[in-house]
Design a protein around this ligand. Structure first.
Ligand SMILES: Nc1ncnc2c1ncn2[C@@H]1O[C@H](COP(=O)(O)OP(=O)(O)O)[C@@H](O)[C@H]1O
Ligand SMILES: [Mg+2]
Length: 254
């Protein structure tokens, strides 16, 4: 009837991958993967171990270069942009295997994030520390502010990674299994924190094995299997897709 009135405004794309491929010694880890992220969206990324999820994050963050394909951020091709420059553009990520700066406190680790973040980061150390304190408190590490980063247990290391990435003030935040090792209560808390980050306008790519978290957070879910994108779309539909159940859930039980 009224064909014009119901047209939704087109969500703006912040990041796009066009057929990106990564090979290691001839073996394909990410195979011609294409997808885009709309501004302020949460895309959940799942897939069995070895599916290529971390490799994909490494390519978006810039620590690995695709062998083929293009990566675009805010419309600009970033294939040849260094990780350091990508941080300035507003891309931040957590590391699945956490490497805190040895000998540095939680506060100092996160302050480094603030110093190297978006738009060149915060210029003064005092300001960087102030930002760091806020994010450390936000992620629930407030009691460990002055602890040596190396002394943290697994879940607290995840919180430190999260705080460090947040201190970079990202537009796009890539979370690589930040809930691994957390108990049920802690998972729920992390889900709420991620929702708060999104409410501030951040776009998120969330890699997680905790399906209830993926279900509760994601606007869309994408599934990788042997480096290929095998499904993408509405979380309820994707998680019920027999190919996904077979590839992902089936394999997890073995
Ligand atoms: N630096 C590397 N050198 C060689 N092979 C790698 C490297 N990084 C990842 N791979 C391989 O790429 C595949 C995908 O790994 P990864 O991206 O870590 O998967 P996921 O994060 O989904 O568990 C695996 O087969 C892994 O062994
Ligand atoms: Mg991984």
């Amino acid at each position: 009837m009224n064909e014009v009135a119901n047209v939704a405004p087109q969500a703006k794309t912040i990041m796009e991958a066009r057929g990106i491929t990564k090979r290691f010694q001839g073996l394909v880890s990410v195979d011609k993967v294409s997808f885009s992220l709309a501004e302020n969206e949460i895309l959940g990324l799942i897939g069995p171990n070895g599916a290529g999820k971390t490799t994909l994050v490494n390519m978006i963050g810039g620590t690995l270069k695709p062998n083929e394909g293009d990566l675009l951020f805010e419309g600009e091709r970033i294939n040849d942009v260094s990780p350091y420059r990508r941080a300035h553009l507003g891309i931040a990520r957590t590391f699945q295997i956490m490497k805190p700066f040895p000998g540095m406190s939680v506060l100092e680790n996160v302050a480094v994030g603030a110093l190297f973040g978006r738009d060149g980061g915060e210029k003064s150390m005092a300001k960087a520390r102030e930002i760091a304190r806020e994010w450390i408190t936000f992620t629930g590490l407030g009691q460990r502010m002055d602890a040596h980063a190396d002394a943290l247990g697994g879940p607290d290391r995840k919180r430190l990674e999260f705080a460090k990435a947040l201190a970079m003030g990202p537009k796009l935040l890539l979370l690589d299994e930040v809930m691994a090792g957390l108990n049920h209560v802690e998972v729920d808390e992390m889900v709420e924190l991620i929702k708060k980050i999104r409410a501030r306008g951040v776009t998120l790519l969330v890699i997680e094995h905790v399906i209830k978290a993926i279900r509760s957070l994601s606007d869309r879910v994408m599934v990788l299997h042997h480096g290929e994108r095998i499904a993408e779309g509405d979380p309820a539909l994707v998680l019920a897709d027999p190919r996904v159940v077979e590839a992902y859930l089936g394999k997890r039980r073995t």
